[in-house]
Design a protein around this ligand. Structure first.
Ligand code: OFO
Length: 182
């Protein structure tokens, strides 16, 4: 069944929001790398890669449901960061905004009686629980670290171990294939 116009619009706007998230985390990653914190920069870069994967996954879903994703301009990300504590507080605040957006799409899917769309967006509802929890944990860690540079470097080493894992291994586009959805 072809997706409703309202759902296609909401998901297209979310494609844009995911790209903005990728852009925001890329901007934060640049700040961290410039500050010499390459592990934190890595964590933020992997976060950016995940957001990129989300956007392509949603883009493909809209196509699979018989509509064309409406692609719009992506806002410029923040660059006025004042420290690592500021970065992670903003990561958490941003993820809370994304959660509200995802929940609104889940509500719309129910209103539209779009069972497939509801099922699709539920993956993101669950993902947001994890993302808020991970960001919240790091905010608490950074608060505990305070001015202790040694502990900050330990956290940097820890976050440097994060590697990108494609959350959608079955998605051909995300695996470099051109024939996704065929
Ligand atoms: Fe796209 O997962 Fe958070 O924002």
């Amino acid at each position: 069944m072809v997706i409703s116009e309202k759902m296609a619009k909401a998901l297209s706007e979310q494609v844009n929001a995911e790209l903005y998230s990728a852009y925001l985390y890329l901007s934060m990653s640049a700040y961290a790398e410039d500050a010499g914190l390459n592990g934190i920069a890595n964590w933020l870069y992997v976060q950016s890669q995940e957001e990129m994967a989300h956007s392509i996954h949603m883009y493909q879903y809209i196509l699979d449901r018989g509509a064309i994703p409406a692609l719009a301009a992506i806002d410029a990300p923040d660059t006025d960061f004042s420290g690592i504590d500021d970065i992670f507080k903003r990561v958490l605040a941003h993820e809370e905004i994304v959660t509200a957006r995802i929940n609104a799409i889940a509500t719309l899917a129910m209103q539209e009686n779009d069972h497939a769309g509801y099922q699709f967006i539920m993956w993101y509802v669950n993902e947001q629980v994890e993302e808020e929890s991970d960001a919240g944990d790091i905010v608490s860690r950074v608060e505990l670290i305070g001015e202790d540079k040694g502990k900050l470097l330990n956290l940097d080493t820890e976050l440097g171990a994060r590697v990108f894992v494609n959350p959608f291994p079955g998605d051909k586009k995300l695996n470099g294939g051109a024939g996704a959805g065929l």
